[in-house]
Design a protein around this ligand. Structure first.
Ligand code: SF4
Ligand code: SF4
Length: 152
């Protein structure tokens, strides 16, 4: 997702709905912002600045399937060395459906501020609308009862 600063009106919906909590609002003008994957550099055929500058190549940029393969090899290598708690954080099987960026982590993803089971908020809509419908029905029934008693 690329936040277009010239179009964003600062409504904040994306901030509260982001399953990863990465979008914030600029306190000066209220507009949303997040990492752009260096969209401007990529347009000029360059890699993102962080991936270019990282001296240990901890941040990598490239074709996602090639990077996944590299990550799998890295995990196997680390496990051979006794690091049994290493994982790839790549929520492709969640309702989010993948994030086009992934991490090699150790232990609980929450210690990296990564939600273990991220969900897009719309998967909860059905439950929310059902609850709202039931609440409305109860209110209508209550009003009829009160009205009926008043007439008696
Ligand atoms: S705050 Fe987020 S949802 Fe609202 S207009 Fe800006 S980018 Fe869109
Ligand atoms: S330097 Fe890295 S973190 Fe910053 S906007 Fe570019 S891709 Fe995102």
């Amino acid at each position: 997702m690329y936040v277009q600063p010239d179009v964003c009106n600062g409504c904040g919906y994306c901030v509260v709905n982001c399953p990863f909590g990465v979008i914030e609002r600029n306190p000066d003008d209220g507009r949303a912002f997040k990492c752009t994957f260096c969209y401007d550099r990529q347009r000029d055929g360059l890699s993102p600045a962080c991936a270019t500058a990282c001296p240990t190549e901890s941040i990598k940029f490239g074709e996602i399937e090639e990077l996944r393969e590299e990550a799998r090899e890295r995990i196997a290598n680390l496990r051979d060395k006794g690091f049994d708690d290493v994982h790839i954080y790549d929520p492709v099987d969640s309702s989010v459906g993948g994030i086009h960026a992934f991490f090699i982590t150790r232990g609980d993803p929450k210690s990296y501020n990564l939600p273990p089971n991220p969900d897009v908020p719309t998967v909860h809509l059905r439950k929310a609308w059902t609850s709202a419908g039931l609440a409305a029905l109860c209110m209508v029934a209550g009003a009829f009862l009160a009205f009926g008693k008043g007439r008696d």
